[in-house]
Design a protein around this ligand. Structure first.
Ligand SMILES: Nc1ncnc2c1ncn2[C@@H]1O[C@H](COP(=O)(O)OP(=O)(O)OP(=O)(O)O)[C@@H](O)[C@H]1O
Ligand SMILES: [Mg+2]
Length: 232
């Protein structure tokens, strides 16, 4: 198995780490059958990839074998955000979904113990056909047997159909909401889309909340992620 070195691992403030831990533990209470989890949001830039990768790291640190699948084949920024490089000839999600690589050749171990990744090696404008094909179904079936958790980072559900295609093949979804930015109607639209496509909503993540605001410290209804200064 090849190794990807993740070079940018941000130091998070304690309250963000604490909230992520609560999310990780709560997901554990969702039941043994909840193993494949899609992470999406209503609009771009709400923090889907950030939450996915931090959760991945924390689940792995807690001793789970965790795979993250970067399924943002249109616009993945994982490589630059997390600081890893693919060499020429390295395969990723597009290869396996198009039948040009075997699953074992697209799963990479990383310098984080127990944390594995299927990266996106090439961006494509319309991945829907690939996501609807049998290779994706097979990938999900095999990965759910091999790992304790599989986290799938996706494009926004309100913008393109990718998450709606992926969601029904997972055990459920986390909806990331950017505090004070995401319009309420966009969130309502996401609820409707998830419900119509039969994707269980496991939880919502209120990201980038203003932690100085009174009441946010004990905000129970959502997993609450304070903003940090973004230095990596
Ligand atoms: N809680 C947070 N505090 C500070 N910065 C954050 C937080 N969450 C996300 N960010 C930053 O905001 C930017 C956008 O986040 P991210 O890429 O995770 O969003 P996304 O929803 O995956 O975007 P896209 O729709 O383009 O895939 C990144 O630079 C990320 O590091
Ligand atoms: Mg993203």
């Amino acid at each position: 198995m090849k190794t990807l070195y993740i070079n940018n691992i941000p130091e998070l403030p304690y309250y963000v780490t604490e909230a992520l831990n609560q999310l990780r533990i709560s997901l554990g209470f969702s039941g043994e059958n909840v193993k494949t989890i899609m992470i999406t949001s209503s609009t771009p830039n709400e923090g889907k990839s950030f939450i996915t990768m931090e959760l991945w790291k924390m689940m792995a640190e807690a001793g789970n074998r965790v795979l993250v699948i970067d399924a943002d084949m249109r616009n993945s920024e994982m490589k630059s955000q997390w600081g890893f490089e693919l060499k020429s000839g390295d395969c990723g999600l597009v290869h396996v979904l198009s039948g040009r690589a075997k699953i074992k050749n697209v799963v990479y171990e990383t310098n984080i113990e127990n944390a594995y990744i299927i990266p996106v090696e090439v961006l494509i404008p319309n991945p829907i056909n690939l996501l609807e094909g049998n290779h994706f179904r097979e990938l999900m079936q095999i990965c759910r047997k091999e790992f304790d958790y599989v986290l799938i980072d996706t494009p926004p559900i309100g913008m393109v159909a990718d998450a709606l295609t992926i969601g029904p093949k997972t055990d459920g979804c986390l909806l990331v909401i950017r505090s004070a930015v995401t319009p309420k109607r966009a969130v309502e639209n996401s609820f409707n889309l998830l419900e119509r496509s039969g994707v269980p909503l496991l939880g919502m993540v209120l990201n980038r909340a203003d932690m100085a605001r009174k009441g946010n410290y004990y905000y129970n209804q959502y997993y609450n992620y304070g903003e940090y200064d973004g230095k990596r």
